[in-house]
Ligand binder design. Structure first.
Ligand code: ZN
Length: 531
């Protein structure tokens, strides 16, 4: 019975889709012009190179991050677009100047390790014995009290490297694309994840104070990737000057880390020398670069295409998310250079602070789209914004109705394969119609599934349609947040393809008669007694 009902529902949606798809206008002349500009006159590779190698890593609040936003703004203006930078308070930012780790005993050899963002420095080279300690609970801390002075602490055991059997560069195959069409009924995983993160966050603060009090020299964790790739981020809570900085925190290549663990296990105590120099930038701003092509008939209505310009510090933020930032810039350049004038205004948004919890897009949303009351409970106020309970009511601002939709690209630098409809059934046939002329580029897939983990959620959470493109992973799962997140892992052809599709999608959104259909406005869940 259940199966029958599901089948009937599926047919109903397919039926509706084909009706709407047939009536959704598609501007094939514009598609041809966009393809010509994007495939014959592309600038996307040059843009991605500038951003990743000439500007470099772009941790929000750092001077390079500011340079990247200024560079993007100037480039938009060169193309004849109005462009400006908006700022918000970010807090303490950071940059890594030197990070050298050597083993001194049982033999001398440099080791491959990097300091996490917001790690403290060492004030010159320091040496210490290596100790392996599990520090995950109050009982653990009690066990180790008084035993770690001057030690370099390995926080985990041996991490078995994965045997790589999968292809190094992965594209969606037909079976995986079919799988994307299956809808999974939501459960409470999101709440559980938040609960776990909150517990970890509180314990982090406790640990930082413990390390300092015990005179720990530094901590080391293994990279979560193998084959020499050092993947790391940082404890962004430390951008608040009230949060303790703790001691130098390193992440080491798994193979080098495992060797230290095995030596200890066999009763040989390694000695390390560590030399970390960092730079601090107090009370910095996060920046969002915006650029606009003014609409001819409805200039007050907006369609926005965005990506986050910020990155972590180990590589140059090429796949996360310089390549996609270049795609956003190129998409607007394509429309402008093709001589296409949209009915609604088209805006590009290059966010910062995505890696610290969508800070840039959240600033944009509270500035233009909707606000929520500030929490009054001191316990809630003491938490970082991502960990706080949602407050009600949602108060829409004028931009809530004037923004038709937001499209985001942040799943690596692999080509676009379609769109997640974010559980908005009414947009499925519309997206299918727009993407149909791109079947020859493999980009005509639309799924009801929701995409998570990036800036479109800031819009979705306040009831303004926000979408993320389906993208081929390529080697993004290995590169992002790592020291190999570099220009070499970008594909010129993939970025060209993505820019063409993104340009066509925003063009059609800007030109349709109506704004895009919306989901019901988010409402306070029943049984939620918070204010
Ligand atoms: Zn990203």
């Amino acid at each position: 019975m259940r199966r029958l009902v599901l089948l009937a529902a599926a047919f109903a949606i397919v039926g509706a889709a084909s009706v709407a798809a047939a009536s959704e206008p598609v501007d094939l002349e514009a598609v041809t012009r966009i393809r010509d500009q994007g495939f014959r006159h592309s600038q996307v590779e040059e843009l991605a190179w500038r951003l990743s190698e000439a500007v470099g890593p772009r941790l929000t609040g750092s001077p390079q991050s500011a340079a990247a936003h200024e560079w993007a703004r100037a480039r938009f203006e060169e193309w004849g677009l109005r462009s400006w930078v908006e700022s918000y308070d970010f807090g303490r930012s950071w940059a890594l100047e030197r990070c050298e780790v050597r083993m001194l005993a049982p033999y001398v050899q440099p080791l491959e390790a990097l300091a996490e963002a917001w790690s403290t420095g060492t004030d010159g080279a320091v040496t210490g014995r290596v100790v392996r300690a599990t520090l995950e609970s109050e009982e653990d801390l009690e066990t180790w009290t008084g035993k770690l002075a001057g030690a370099i602490v390995l926080l985990e055991g041996e991490r078995e490297p994965e045997q790589i059997e999968a292809e190094l560069f992965e594209r969606y195959d037909d079976a995986e694309l079919a799988d994307l069409q299956r809808y999974e009924i939501p459960d409470e995983r999101g709440d559980r994840w938040r609960g776990q993160m909150l517990k970890r966050y509180k314990f982090w603060q406790r640990l930082a104070a413990f390390y300092e009090a015990e005179g720990v020299l530094a901590t080391i964790e293994p990279s979560s990737r193998d084959n020499g790739v050092v993947r790391l981020s940082g404890n962004s809570a430390k951008r608040d000057p009230a949060v303790p900085l703790g001691v130098p925190a390193l992440v080491m290549a798994t193979e080098h880390y495992n060797r230290l663990v095995r030596l200890l296990d066999k009763g040989i105590e390694p000695e390390l020398e560590i030399d970390i120099a960092v730079q601090w930038f107090e009370a910095t701003s996060g920046a969002n670069t915006l650029a606009e092509i003014r609409g001819s008939e409805l200039p007050g209505e907006l369609v926005v295409l965005g990506a986050h310009l910020d990155s972590w510090h180990a590589g140059t933020g090429a796949t996360d998310n310089g390549g996609s930032s270049a795609v956003v810039m190129e998409a607007l350049r394509i429309i402008k250079a093709s001589g296409l004038v949209p009915r609604r205004s088209i805006r590009a948004a290059l966010w910062s602070g995505e890696e610290q919890g969508f800070l840039g897009s959240r600033d944009y949303v509270t500035r233009y789209l909707a606000t929520r009351p500030e929490p009054t409970d001191p316990e809630q106020l003491a938490l970082p914004a991502w960990a706080r309970d949602t407050t009600w009511p949602l108060q829409p601002l004028p931009g809530h109705s004037s923004h038709s939709a937001y499209f985001n690209t942040d799943y690596g630098a692999g080509r676009i394969r379609g769109l997640y409809a974010q559980e908005n059934a009414a947009v499925v046939p519309i997206f299918e119609a727009w993407l149909a002329p791109f079947a020859d580029l493999g980009a005509d897939h639309v799924t009801m599934q929701t995409a998570g983990g990036t800036d479109h959620l800031s819009f979705d959470r306040v009831g303004v349609p926000g979408f993320q493109f389906i993208q081929d992973d390529m080697d993004y799962s290995r590169t992002h947040h790592s020291d190999v997140d570099t220009f070499d892992h970008l594909s010129r052809e993939d970025m060209m393809q993505s820019a063409v599709i993104a340009a066509a999608v925003i063009w059609h959104a800007a030109n349709r008669d109506e704004r895009l259909p919306r989901k019901p406005l988010p409402a306070k869940p029943e049984g939620d007694t918070s204010h």
